[in-house]
Structure formats: C-alpha cells, structure tokens
Design a protein around this ligand. Structure first.
Ligand SMILES: Cc1cc2nc3c(=O)[nH]c(=O)nc-3n(C[C@H](O)[C@H](O)[C@H](O)COP(=O)(O)O)c2cc1C
Length: 187
C-alpha cells in the first residue's frame, strides 16, 4: 500500500498553451493538499493511435505515459468538450494507455478525478458524462462527487489561472474527497 503523498498523474485533454482545462490542473497542482503529489504530464508528443505502430512496439512517449499511469495512485483528467464529446487528443491518449502489456493494464483500478472547462454554456457536462463511461469500461473508478463544470470559462479563468472563488472551493473539496476515494479503493 502506498504512503503519502499519493502520486497523481494529471492529463489535459487540450494541448493549447492557454488551455483553460490545463489551468484547472495547474490550480490543483498549486493548491493540492500535502497528501497529493500532482504531476501534469504533457501528451503533445503522443502519436495518433495506429495498431501497426503498437505491433512494432510502443513509442517512447507512450511508454513514458503508460509507466506514469501504472505507477500513479490516481488520475486527474482535464476534459474539454469537442463536438459534445471527449477531445480527440484525450481519447487518443486513453486508447494508448488502455492496451495490455505483459504487466497487465496500466489503468486497472485507478481512481479518477474529472474536471472540465469550456467557453460553452454546459460546462463540458456532455463530454464528462462520456468520459465517465469510457473510464468505467477501462476498470478505473471515476469519483462521483463533487463535480466541476466550468461554463463560459473566460468569466472564471484568465491568463493567471482559476479566479472564481466558488470554483476554487469546489476543486479544494474535490481534492479532499479524492484522497478519501483513493484510500477507500486501496482497502
Ligand atoms: C473542434 C471544437 C469543438 C468544440 N465543441 C464544443 C462543444 O461541443 N461544447 C462546448 O461546450 N464547447 C465546445 N468547443 C469549445 C471548447 O470547449 C473551448 O474551445 C475550450 O476553451 C477548449 O478547452 P481549452 O481552453 O482547455 O483549450 C469546441 C471547440 C473546438 C475547437
């Protein structure tokens, strides 16, 4: 059983430099309780999934990501909404991580915390719902509550990061609950 701090791998589903979703992960990184050690992993070098490439051997960037996920005590996913669903880059990374190797499945039984921000009015609710289904099918355990749906993100997140105090409070509470969720699943 791991000891504190729990290692959390954070992945943003948007590669954009000024990504609002990345800024949510950065808020967690900068304000995490001492029980959580959050590392934001860059997935911009992950190639498009191609089973021919997989058959030839996982590329270096994919091996690195899979290792990080396998060693993590939990995952934090920043989920933008593209065309009512999960972004292509996030789904692509998930597809690479989902594959079995001689050590099994890197995702197996990982606790997952999901957050999302959009310029739209529904706060990534549709994409998050789909992401939950995908992650549950991969035998991970998405935390149910609290949830964070940042709608009209420009009103809440600026170039300096998440400014909305209510949303900061929700993220703080999510992280506390995530510690409990990780510990529940470790029992
Ligand atoms: C291809 C594309 C499709 C999008 N579709 C949606 C959508 O279905 N719902 C929504 O709320 N926002 C949608 N958006 C807006 C994104 O949520 C917005 O660009 C958001 O800021 C992206 O996250 P980021 O700031 O982390 O890059 C879309 C954006 C793009 C580029």
């Amino acid at each position: 059983m791991s000891k504190y701090p729990y290692k959390i791998v954070a992945i943003s589903g948007s590669l954009r430099k000024e990504s609002k979703n990345k800024k949510l992960l950065t808020y967690c990184f900068e304000n995490s309780p001492s029980e959580l050690d959050i590392e934001i992993i860059d997935i911009s070098t992950i190639p498009l999934f191609n089973q021919d490439i997989e058959d030839a051997g996982f590329p270096e960037s994919v091996l690195h990501l899979r290792k990080k996920v396998r060693e993590a005590d939990g995952l934090l996913l920043g989920c933008p909404e593209y065309n009512t669903s999960v972004s292509g880059v996030l789904k692509n990374a998930i597809d690479w991580i989902s594959r079995r190797d001689p050590d099994g499945y890197p995702f197996s039984r990982k606790p997952v915390m999901i957050v999302g921000a959009t310029t739209g009015r529904l706060g990534t609710a549709r994409a998050q719902k789909e992401l939950r289904v995908i992650m549950a099918n991969l035998n991970t355990f998405p935390m149910n509550k609290p949830e964070l749906f940042v709608a009209e993100a420009k009103d809440h997140i600026d170039s300096q990061g998440l400014q909305d105090e209510n949303m900061q409070n929700i993220l703080d509470k999510m992280m506390i609950n995530f510690i409990k969720w990780i510990e529940t699943l470790k029992k």
